[in-house]
Design a protein around this ligand. Structure first.
Ligand SMILES: Cc1cc2nc3c(=O)[nH]c(=O)nc-3n(C[C@H](O)[C@H](O)[C@H](O)COP(=O)(O)OP(=O)(O)OC[C@H]3O[C@@H](n4cnc5c(N)ncnc54)[C@H](O)[C@@H]3O)c2cc1C
Length: 484
């Protein structure tokens, strides 16, 4: 099975996760014809590849096989190269504040090559009542760490500002299982919730904040007993942009992972139909009927896929995995003629209260300062998610482009686009409801009764690529002592 190279510098539309040479798998077989390894990793996204990479870092001779259903590696990571410009359709950054993501990049030799957003374009605008307003400085996910940060913002009324100040006076309560929306509304009031926190947290998690677990979306606030403002003031925070990205787009991370793991250990076009415990090992059945066996099995796929794999023989685990929610989003890339004027910012957040399907838009050509030979002005709009779960399935690509254009034109003058691209992310974004940690405890307890079975991915123990990298390292450390 081969993997198409990314057609860089071409005018044709091309996108890729991994963009290196073709992948060919060379595994071992036992006498009965079953393919045998020490570790099987299902899923060739960042989680699966990073787990294999960490295993090989611990033991370069580790017998590990990665199985990927599609003919493309990287999962959600897709970098579009068009007319010399680099545009990420999925994740476009890792968090600098999470040491695991930066450590992963460092272990792959990418540490020095990470870039950060251009200083001049770091500010974010919020669309409110039909106008774009700057987000007040110093907020953490929309939550102030000093009330002074709110005084001059036109995003809140005086009544809203006074209501936010009540946070300092309201009685303390024991942290409990709640949603981001309930927690913020209760402590800081509806305006802070709808105009500051919802647009930020809602965009980062593609979530309906009234259904998003506060312990996942705003862990620092969720753990606070009393004032959120005081809790935020105590929260550690770095200086400068919290984001970093490989200079050539996120597919550079996937390329580096594939090189580190070695193409001989990766098998694409290998969709897994089911997994089952057989004689103290794990047997994996591919959709083409092939079976593979290993004492250690890592499910590095979204929870609903993992649930489907185990459902036939392990309904209990399948049900527990299925309870972890997910949502569907789309990114719409709109390229405009050189010279198209945009507001001075790196992008725009559109709160739910504006009643528009677009959640956010990034001014890609400006954000990272990457080469842009044609000078096209490129906007990446983000639609769907927990706020509007049915939208993406119900709309074809042309409709998504139309909706994004209508929403953006409400706030800026935009000509007809030169070209557009739509990427759909079906159930790709975890949407953990309140009680996520309790659900994860159940999953962990069930896994503890199934030695050798592991789950890794953004839906489980921490979101985003940083969460994937952290779990990959932990899982590899658990498996490494078990190697034969
Ligand atoms: C639009 C968007 C923007 C994002 N932005 C950011 C960001 O800026 N920063 C950040 O940190 N995170 C971001 N994320 C989240 C990030 O992309 C994910 O956390 C991460 O990529 C998940 O990686 P993964 O390997 O766990 O899962 P995936 O990327 O989903 O990979 C799973 C892989 O398993 C394969 N697979 C599925 N079923 C089977 C099967 N039956 N057999 C074999 N293989 C199978 C899939 O084909 C896929 O390749 C974003 C996500 C989206 C959708």
């Amino acid at each position: 099975m081969t993997i198409p190279r990314a057609a860089d510098e071409s005018t044709a539309q091309a996108s890729a996760g991994y963009s290196g040479p073709p992948v060919a798998w060379a595994g071992g077989m036992d006498r009965s014809g079953s393919e045998v390894s020490n570790v099987i990793v299902i899923g060739g996204g960042v989680s699966g590849l990073a787990t294999a990479h960490e295993l090989l870092r611990a033991d370069p001779s580790a017998d590990v096989v990665v199985l990927e259903a599609t003919d493309r590696l990287g999962g959600n990571v897709r970098t579009l190269r068009r007319d010399g410009a680099i545009i990420d359709l999925g994740p476009d950054a890792v968090l600098n504040s999470r040491k695991e993501a930066i450590a992963l990049c460092g272990s792959l030799g990418l540490g020095d090559a990470l870039i950060q957003p251009e200083e001049a374009s770091r500010s974010v605008l919020i669309a409110t009542d039909g106008k774009l307003q700057p987000l007040p400085e110093g907020l953490v996910f929309g939550v102030p760490s000093k009330l002074g940060q709110l005084i001059s913002t036109p995003l809140l009324s005086w009544r809203g500002k006074l209501r936010a100040a009540l946070d300092l006076l309201l009685p303390a309560t024991e942290p409990g299982s709640t949603s981001v929306g309930e927690l913020i509304g209760r402590r800081l009031g509806t305006e802070v919730k709808e105009r500051l926190v919802e647009p930020l947290v809602g965009a980062v998690y593609a979530a309906d904040i009234d259904r998003l677990d506060a312990a996942v979306g705003l862990p620092f606030a969720a753990a606070a007993k009393g004032s959120l403002v005081r809790a935020m003031a105590r929260a550690p925070r770095g200086t400068g942009s919290p984001f970093r990205a490989p200079a050539n787009g996120m597919s550079e991370l996937v390329d580096a992972l594939v090189r580190a793991v070695g193409t001989e250990r990766i098998r694409t076009g290998s969709g897994v139909a089911s997994v089952r415990a057989v004689d103290g090992a794990w047997q994996v059945a591919l959709r083409d009927g092939t079976t593979l066996t290993a004492p250690q099995l890592v499910l590095a796929v979204p929870p609903h896929e993992a649930a489907a794999m185990v459902a036939e023989t392990d309904g209990t685990l399948g049900d527990a995995l299925r309870e972890i929610g997910a949502t569907t989003t789309a990114t719409v890339i709109l390229a405009f003629p050189p010279g198209t004027e945009l507001p001075q910012a790196s992008g725009v957040l559109i709160p739910r209260s504006e009643g528009r399907p677009t959640i956010a838009a990034t001014f890609v050509h400006r954000k990272w300062g990457r080469p842009n030979p044609t000078g096209a002005v490129v906007i990446r709009a983000f639609l769907g998610g927990g706020r509007n779960p049915a939208l993406i399935d119900a709309s074809d690509d042309a409709e998504l482009v139309r909706l994004a254009l209508v929403d953006l034109r409400a706030f800026m003058e935009l000509p007809e686009p030169l070209w557009t691209t739509v990427a759909r992310w079906v159930r790709a974004t975890p949407h953990p409801a309140p009680g996520h940690h309790a659900r994860m405890q159940s999953v962990r307890a069930l896994l503890a009764e199934r030695p050798g079975l592991h789950v890794v991915g953004a839906a489980y123990e921490g979101p985003g690529i940083a969460g994937c990298a952290a779990q990959a390292a932990r899982t590899a450390a658990k498996i490494a002592p078990a190697k034969s």
